[in-house]
Every structure is written in structure tokens, then in C-alpha cells.
Design a binder for this molecule. Structure first.
Ligand code: ADP
Ligand code: F6P
Length: 322
């Protein structure tokens, strides 16, 4: 009987547990044996691999994070440890591996498939940053965006009550996607992301005028990539003449109950990944492209730069982000 395994690598996202549940159930439905690799590539190297069953995934669908844990592994970057990882899979008779992770994890995955001819690997883009080329969606993004929305809505309550400017820093690594979508959907007055060069003088002219017309508070969403959160809070006090506070949302953006969208996306990503392994695909990433799930070569995904959709950037500019 064909045996296939799944692991999580890099930053965790909400929806990984829904993916694990689907993986176990769909694999069993297809008459194969599902296995879990605990603790990402670290666990793969150390042989923490075990057969999984219905009991392992009961009740996890609504829980964020990942039941089988994740890791970042320096050892995996060395060939001798990847060799060990491959031996561990072979020793259990496992011929396929599904990897939930970001582009770093896929680079590691490519080495694994390059260095073997008997084990196939399929990636599922999973990162709140939504910064992977070739796919319009990465698992976990919707839950992160909704978490940020809840936080900004709450901050707006106190900002408007006190008449303050709030500068809110959101994650995204080098990508402004989370910040841009959050700023748009929260009605923020300012959004600073790497993809739109910012113009503080133009903001100042608008904000001074708006203040004179009665605006009493401001919400600014700043991507962590800018590293300017503190500076912007000071700028509001000095240049706009309004008391300011800053909030770094941090890792709360990575957790929380997975949204309906992320649960559905998890099911679909996993179905496509398992089907790819059954179909004999040896090295690919499942991408969500124009409403369908398609497998693409790792080169197209992990080695290309991600660009935020031009329509979304245009909307940002129309909303006054400059
Ligand atoms: P993400 O997958 O979210 O982008 P990382 O960039 O931290 O996260 O990568 C996750 C793991 O993937 C790393 O800790 C490492 O084990 C593995 N990895 C990343 N890049 C490579 C590489 N060039 N060669 C081998 N393994 C890699
Ligand atoms: O890639 C996901 C992410 O949450 C980024 O948004 C953030 O910059 C980074 O991981 C934080 O990493 P760590 O959990 O190692 O602090």
C-alpha cells in the first residue's frame, strides 16, 4: 500500500490543522496510508515520523497553528542531513511527501527531490505574508487579515475617543500585501508599504487640511518591512500636531481560529497535492491561479519575485496611499 507523509515548515499559519485533517481522511479514502512528520525538516532529519489516523485529526479543524509543529532547520541546508531525511522516509516505505511552507521550504524541498529519484514532494504555499510567486493565495492569509481587522477596529474605537493618531505595524516580512489589504479594508488614512514609495510631505498637506476641516484622529498601517513605525508615530506629533501611539501587532497575526475560507482552501490545496502524488508528480507546488488549483514547477514559485496585484496597488493609490 502506498504511504505518503505530510510536514509543516517555516512560519505556522491558521489552516494547517484543517489541512492535516483533510490529508489523513483523503489519503485513507484513496486506499493509502498517511504519515505525519513532526517538527518540520528537523523532525524529518531525526526520524520523527509516524502513521496517522482519524483519532489524530479529530477536533483540530478549528484550532490555529499546527498539531504536528513546525520548525526552521539550519541542518536541512546541509546535504548530509537531507540524506538522513531521505533515508528516514525510505526506512518507513514512504514514497511521497506534502510540505506546507513558504518559498524557503520549497527551496529545501527542491534539493530533496533533486537528491533522490524515488521520493516525490509536493508543496502547499502556506504563509500569512502572501508573498509567493505563482499563486494568488497562500494558506493562512485570510485568518491573518481578519485578525488584523479585529485589532484595527478596536484601535479605531480608542483613537476616535481620544482624538489620537495610531500607527499600527503589521507583519509581511518584505511584502506589503497584509498592510495594504488591511489598510484598505479598515479605512486607514495612511498606508506605508515597500511597493508604494511614500511621500510624507503630500500626506502632511492632506492631514493638516483634513484636521482643519474637523478630522480628529488618524489610523496609519505600516508594514514591518519599512522599519519606520516609531518614526511615523513621532512624525504625527511633530508635523501634524496630534498625540500619537503605536501598536506592533506581532505574532497575534499568526494565530487564531482559522476562517471558513482558510479551511476550504486547506481542503482544496491538500486534495490537489495528494492527487499530484497519486498521478506521479515528483516535484511541484500547488498554486491557486485564476480560481483553479494547478501544480507548478518549484522554479516558477520559489525562485521568482512575488509582485502584489497591480489592481490592488491602484486601489491603494486611489484611496490616497502615497
Ligand atoms: P519559509 O518556508 O516560510 O519561507 P524559511 O525561509 O525560514 O521559511 O525556510 C524554512 C526552512 O526551509 C529553513 O529553515 C530550511 O530548513 C529550509 N530551507 C530554506 N532555504 C533552503 C535552501 N536554500 N536549501 C535547503 N533548505 C532550505
Ligand atoms: O513569514 C511569516 C512571518 O510571520 C513574517 O510575517 C514575520 O516577519 C516572520 O514570520 C516572523 O518570524 P518569527 O516567528 O521567526 O519571529
Amino acid at each position: 500500500m502506498k504511504k505518503i507523509a505530510i510536514l509543516c515548515s517555516g512560519g505556522d499559519v491558521s489552516g494547517m490543522n484543517a489541512a492535516l485533517k483533510r490529508f489523513v481522511e483523503y489519503t485513507l479514502d484513496k486506499g493509502m496510508k498517511p504519515y505525519f512528520v513532526e517538527n518540520g525538516y528537523e523532525g524529518l532529519i531525526d526520524g520523527h515520523i509516524h502513521e496517522a489516523g482519524y483519532n489524530d485529526v479529530a477536533g483540530i479543524i478549528s484550532i490555529g497553528g499546527t498539531k504536528i509543529r513546525t520548525s526552521r532547520s539550519e541542518r536541512f541546508k546541509e546535504e548530509r542531513y537531507r540524506k538522513k531525511a531521505l533515508e528516514n522516509l525510505r526506512s518507513q516505505g514512504i514514497s511521497g511527501l506534502v510540505i506546507l511552507g513558504g518559498d524557503g521550504s520549497f527551496k529545501g524541498m527542491q534539493k530533496l527531490t533533486d537528491e533522490s529519484d524515488d521520493i516525490g514532494c509536493i508543496g502547499i504555499p502556506s504563509t500569512i505574508d502572501n508573498d509567493i510567486a505563482g499563486t494568488e493565495y497562500c494558506l493562512g492569509v485570510d485568518t491573518a487579515l481578519n485578525g488584523i481587522r479585529v485589532a484595527i477596529d478596536a484601535i479605531r474605537d480608542t483613537a476616535s475617543s481620544f482624538g489620537r493618531a495610531f500607527v499600527i505595524e503589521v507583519m509581511g516580512r518584505e511584502c506589503g500585501y497584509l498592510a495594504l489589504v488591511s489598510a484598505l479594508t479598515s479605512g486607514a488614512e495612511m498606508c506605508l508599504i515597500p511597493e508604494i514609495p511614500y511621500d510624507l510631505q503630500a500626506y502632511k498637506e492632506d492631514f493638516i487640511r483634513e484636521k482643519s476641516e474637523g478630522r480628529s484622529y488618524f489610523i496609519a498601517v505600516v508594514s514591518e518591512a519599512m522599519k519606520h513605525t516609531e518614526k511615523i508615530a513621532g512624525w504625527f506629533e511633530k508635523e501634524i500636531g496630534i498625540e500619537s501611539r503605536m501598536t506592533v501587532l506581532g505574532h497575534i497575526q499568526r494565530g487564531g481560529i482559522p476562517t471558513v475560507h482558510d479551511r476550504l482552501m486547506a481542503f482544496n490545496f491538500v486534495t490537489a497535492a495528494v492527487d499530484a502524488l497519486i498521478g506521479g508528480d515528483r516535484s511541484a507546488v500547488v498554486c491557486y491561479d485564476n480560481g483553479i488549483f494547478v501544480c507548478k514547477g518549484i522554479e516558477e514559485v520559489a525562485f521568482k519575485a512575488y509582485h502584489i496585484d497591480e489592481g490592488l496597488l491602484r486601489l491603494g493609490r486611489e484611496f490616497g496611499f502615497k
